[in-house]
Design a protein around this ligand. Structure first.
Ligand SMILES: NC(=O)c1ccc[n+]([C@@H]2O[C@H](COP(=O)([O-])OP(=O)(O)OC[C@H]3O[C@@H](n4cnc5c(N)ncnc54)[C@H](OP(=O)(O)O)[C@@H]3O)[C@@H](O)[C@H]2O)c1
Length: 265
């Protein structure tokens, strides 16, 4: 679907640099596309960057540009080398959307420690390392209007009766606490750098096919989500929510925007 609405507040991000983690699929992919169409220079990162590279080709005549960088957010060295590449190529970044995330099919009684570690490392530690490094370079550059957006989840606000998602829900509850903690740290510094989040309900992405261990997750999105009893969200709905958050004036900080499918419990 084409971008059919624009936010005047996005003007101030034109030509500036936004990092989107997990840009190779789902919400991050759609968000990267929209930001580039609005004139933003997007550094899209993930472990598999082929999809980001081909999106970058597709968007070559758009207002902004998309640069793919390989980065496993579990690895501090990957994050540091990406930040240093951003510094040498662009001087720095002004927006950071911590979107990379996953859930395994991993209940509290039968999940494996490896599965729990990966979820903690991506959903919590990766998000914290990215945020720390991002804010550090903003402050070194004396940029006081940067914006961090965490992609949280409704699972970060309530524990659904879905055992496969209980550990995941724990990681997203941590994100809920981290948003408020960071807000307080930035406020104590009298910083105008903003911290916001969006908490989606069910969105048709590779999230569930990956949780189910499907071989080609991208190819079965429709099949998997057609089994949901209600109409699910599309990645563009969350991309537009993030754009709304970024387009707010400097005085206004959206804390955590919950966006559910209309019929979801
Ligand atoms: N879909 C939903 O229903 C839903 C609901 C609420 C919240 N969310 C949240 O939305 C965010 C995006 O998920 P999605 O639904 O768009 O899922 P998705 O389609 O499966 O995309 C997940 C993205 O995260 C990246 N990723 C995973 N592990 C990574 C790692 N170690 N390092 C770097 N990138 C990594 C993946 O890229 P690579 O595999 O190429 O590294 C991929 O680009 C997640 O934080 C998720 O928790 C999703």
């Amino acid at each position: 679907m084409a971008t059919n609405f624009n936010y005047p507040g996005m003007e101030r991000w034109k030509g500036r640099v936004a990092i989107v983690t997990g840009a190779s699929a789902g919400i991050g992919y759609e968000l990267s596309k929209r930001l580039v169409q609005l004139g933003v220079v997007v550094v899209g990162c993930a472990r598999n960057i082929a999809a980001i590279e081909s999106l970058s080709q597709e968007l070559s005549t758009s207002g902004g540009k998309l640069v793919a960088m390989k980065c496993d957010v579990r690895k501090e060295e990957d994050i540091l080398s990406m930040m240093s590449a951003i510094k040498s190529q662009f001087g720095g970044a002004d927006v950071c959307v911590n979107n990379a995330g996953l859930s395994h099919n991993s209940s509290l009684l039968s999940g494996t420690t490896e599965q729990w570690k990966e979820m903690l490392e991506v959903n919590v530690l990766g998000l914290c390392m990215m945020t720390r490094e991002f804010i550090k370079q903003l402050r070194e550059r004396n940029v006081d209007d940067g914006h961090v957006v965490h992609v949280n989840s409704i699972a970060g606000h309530g524990v659904a009766n879905v055992s496969s998602l209980h550990f995941y829900s724990g990681t997203k509850f941590a994100v809920t606490a981290l948003i408020e903690g960071l807000r307080k740290e930035l406020r104590d510094l009298k910083s105008n750098i903003k911290i916001s989040a969006v908490s989606p309900g069910r969105v048709a992405t590779e999230f569930l096919p990956r949780l189910q261990g499907r071989e080609n997750p991208k190819d079965v999105i429709e099949e998997v989500y057609s089994k949901t009893a209600y109409v699910v969200l599309q990645p563009e709905d969350i991309a537009n929510s993030v754009i709304y958050i970024l387009a707010t004036p400097p005085r206004m900080q959206i804390h955590d925007m919950i966006v559910r499918p209309t019929q979801q419990d």
